[in-house]
Design a protein around this ligand. Sequence first.
Ligand code: ADP
Length: 261
Amino acid sequence: KIYTSPIIHPQTLKKIGFVVVINDVTEVRKLERIRSDFVANVSHELRTPLTSIQGFVETLRNGAIEDSETRNKFLNIIEFETERLTRLINDILSLSEIENVKEGLITEEVAIDKEINDIFYIIEKSAYNKNIKLIKDLNCDNLKINSNRDRLRQMIINLIDNGIKYTPEGGFVKVTTKKLNNNIIITVEDSGIGIAAENIPRLFERFYRVDKGRSRKLGGTGLGLAIVKHIVESMKGNIAVESEVGKGTKFIIYLPQNKKI
Ligand code: ADP
């Protein structure tokens, strides 16, 4: 790895001290590249809905406004794109907040099953609208976890939201909790379109989507899973994915549990 570094000749690597420096430089460069890629991506992601809004406003102004059917159709598109922009900006802010909290997120004792029950109330309507069955199998009744409540909710909501988005009508999304050794395990499983094995390694990258068109149509921002991954890491946990194309997807989160009531 070190010898492929383009800036240092191998002969300068005699002292072990240099090795550390080289790795640091590569790391800094990598971070810089990730940051500048992110800025480029964000600009592109913001520009797309803005261009679309601008185009439809112009067409309306040029006469389409006179026809009520066309007017309604275009206004709906403008509304949809505006909502997507809002979600995108909220997601970018969330990511930057989670990343920038140096001293760690403010935590409290959170009863995991109660939070999931609350989330189900919030999310029931969008599942119902799409004729998707929401199922829960909660087994952490008396367990609390030291966590940031809002982030914990955001993590679970993002996964359930995706389950609903990427599952055709008539399917299900199931949330399970259980305790195993010193971990709380939360799984969010769906009977949806699934993800091909070759796409799984990039799934948690910002703005990565398996099918850009489909994600856009469903109002996705491409940041949901990146946010989930950051939250899981901030809780010193792990996340795994199992999926089969055409069958469904299962996200499994392992959170170290620290207290029992
Ligand atoms: P998006 O806003 O596009 O949904 P995410 O970061 O939440 O962005 O997810 C990234 C991509 O991973 C999605 O575009 C989709 O291709 C894929 N994906 C995420 N969750 C699921 C799921 N439950 N089933 C199938 N594909 C999924």
